[in-house]
Design a binder for this molecule. Sequence first.
Ligand code: RIB
Ligand code: CA
Length: 314
Amino acid sequence: MPKVIIDCDPGIDDALALLLALASPELDIAGITTVSGNVPADIGAGNARKVLRQAGRQDIPVYIGEMLPLGGTYVDAMDTHGRDGLGESFLPEIPGEFPEKTAVKFLEETLEKEEISILALGPMTNLARLFQKRPELIGRITRLVSMGGSFRSHGNCSPVAEYNYWCDPEAAKACYQLFAEAGKKIEMVGLDVTREIVLTPNLVSYMERLDKKTGEFIRKITGFYMDFHWEYEGIIGCVINDPLAVAYMIDSSMCSGFDSFLDVETEGICRGQTVVDSMNFWKKKPNSHVLTETDAERFMSFFMSRILNKEVEQ
Ligand code: RIB
Ligand code: CA
């Protein structure tokens, strides 16, 4: 499998996704780039480092990305992820300056050198900046797996919009348009499948029983997120969106879906909505692979076994 760059906005479920990616030998992580989303990109970069320390992988570089969406008005998700972005766990910061090099520059230089895959777990601002500047580099992307959007499921930050694409709809629209022009597809891991993935309190306490260090870290960062889900959605547990995108990149049989042309609304009350032309009204070549089904139990077994470093037959 080609090298992977993880572009993210950690973020509690981003942190769990990073732990899963770091525990999976199939993924050779070339670097982590952060983007403003759940929290500003610089706070996200500090959080990525906290996860790398937890996983003993501080060798992996972290680059700070775009602080503002293409459209300019930035709305964070600290109400869901906490003021620190990790559930108000306020874990100690990792000392040390970040590289001068920006996330977009790192993505650009890496793609100039080799073909890579990209896991996009936050708003697509960095990717849009890169592809608008260097559209020819799209041809060097093996896979772009994006957690975002929604086909038939309701939104999570408006009746119709999912947060990553709502936070920067101009960026999402640009990425899908540029992929269409390049004749390639973005694999969209949207709310239709990620809503099936609920991490529950008893799973977290069982993880802590099996592996105190990892379980304690996960308990510290997910408590706030679980409270949010109980208060606003009456769910006992929390929907962990981003780890499913990681699992799907590792084993694409984890989800199923269909190819379709897709566009993103950037105006009015449906701003951020993914308009999936599943009936091919517009007669345009597919620029997305939209995932609609997943096996939540199989994912959770995969997630737990990897995170707890235990071999389990899949
Ligand atoms: O809508 C869910 C997505 O938005 C996840 O990636 C979450 O981390 C936030 O970025
Ligand atoms: Ca995210």
